[in-house]
Each structure stands twice: as C-alpha cells, then as structure tokens.
Design a protein around this ligand. Structure first.
Ligand SMILES: [Zn+2]
Length: 117
C-alpha cells in the first residue's frame, strides 16, 4: 500500500469511528463456503475456507474500502484465533479484526454488520 493511500485510509478510519453516520452499510455480510480462496473477493461476503465442517480460515475484503484481503485463522491450535458463527446466512466473527498497519481498520462483524472501533 502506498503512503498516500495509507494516510487516506487511516484518516477515513478515524472519521468513521468519530462519526458512525458516515458509514452506512446497506446489506449484511453473508458467508460463502469455499475450498480455496478465490483470487478476487467480492465485497459484502465472508469466505469460509475449508472442507466439510473443518474450516481453517475466514477471509473478507477490508470493509474500510482499502481493498486489502483480511484473512483470519480458524484452526484452534494456532494463534491468533477467531471464531465464526452463521445465523440465517449472516455471519459473526469474534473477536474483533484489527489491521495494525496500513489502513489500521478495527472493527467487529456481528450478524453481518460492521461496527467500527
Ligand atoms: Zn482497510
């Protein structure tokens, strides 16, 4: 990520946290089961990568708009570890997702909706 883009998305993240009204999400995130992560991820979708009931990662395009693919580990013996729950097609990821570099997006995905921190 180039430095201009990085500064822009960092500022945007701070604005969203201060003024949540700036960020209005139209539809909840839905879960998609895949064997392999596709090269291009669609916005608004959480990709659950695994086989049958064994999931090893969850991935989504950063909801901050920077376009970075965020990938969370779901394999219990490996850290850091996230948990995913699906209810009625909507997806919850716990704990929060925090990209500590580039855009510095920090959010929680609950029932398909993003809450910024
Ligand atoms: Zn981002």
């Amino acid at each position: 990520m180039n430095i201009i883009k990085q500064i822009f998305f960092k500022r945007l993240q701070k604005l969203r946290v201060r003024f949540p009204i700036l960020y209005r999400q139209r539809a909840p995130y839905s879960a998609v089961r895949v064997d392999d992560l596709p090269d291009v991820l669609e916005p608004g979708k959480v990709y659950l990568v695994g086989e049958n009931d064994h999931l090893w990662s969850a991935a989504l395009k950063c909801p901050g708009g920077c376009g970075i693919v965020l990938e969370m580990n779901l394999v219990p013996d490996t850290r850091p570890l996230w948990r995913v729950a699906e209810h009625g097609g909507c997806v919850t990821i716990e704990p929060s997702i925090w990209r500590k570099k580039d855009c510095e997006c920090h959010f929680r995905l609950t029932n398909g909706f993003v809450r910024w921190y």
